[in-house]
Design a protein around this ligand. Sequence first.
Ligand code: GRF
Length: 199
Amino acid sequence: MPETAPQRARIAVFVSGRGSNMAALLYASRFDDAPYEIALVASNDPGAEALALAEAEGIATFALSHKGMTREAHDAAMEDAARKAGAEHIALAGYMRILTPGFVKRWEGRMLNIHPSLLPKYTGLDTHARAIAAGDSHGGVSVHLVTEDLDAGEVLGQIAVAIRPGETADSLAERVRIAEHQLYPRVLAEHIRSTRHAD
Ligand code: GRF
C-alpha cells in the first residue's frame, strides 16, 4: 500500500502589523512536503496590513480590536476564533499583546513566537539598538516556545546576523528580517514533525 501523507497541521497565526513573517510562513506552506497549513490569520488590529495580505491569499481572517476590552475577554475571543478554525498550533508573528497565563497554559508546547534577538539576550523591545549599543558582534533572531514569562520559553532555533561597522538599528533589522523569514517556517515545520513523532 502506498503511504499516504499525514494531514497537515492547522496553524493560526496571530499578527498586529505588517505580517512579513506571516507571509513567509504562508508561502513556505505551499511546498508539497510542508507539514502545516495556515488555517487562520487573526489580529488585534483590524487595520493590520497582514490581514489584507491573508485575505488576498484566500486565508480566513479574524480581527478584533483590543480597545475597550479586558485582556481576558480579548484573549478568549482570539482563542475561540483559533479553535473554530481547527488550529492545533498558534504562531505569534509580530503579535504585540501579552497573552493571559490561562491562554498560555492551554497552548503550552503548541504556541511559538519569533523574537528579533539572540535570546536570552534582549527580551522585549528595541533589540537591534541594544545589541549595537552593547558592542555585540552579532544580532539575530530566535524562535521559541511561548511561556508565561516574556520571550523566555525554550529556544527552538536561532540565526545569528553579523553587526557591521556603522550599522544602524534599521539596517540590522532589515537583514535580521531576511533571517527571520528563513527561520520561522523551518522551525515551525520541525516542531510539528517532532511533536507528531512524540505522540
Ligand atoms: C518581527 O521582527 C518579529 O521578530 C517581531 O515582530 C516583527 C514582526 O514583523 N516579533 P512582521 O509583521 O512579521 O513583518
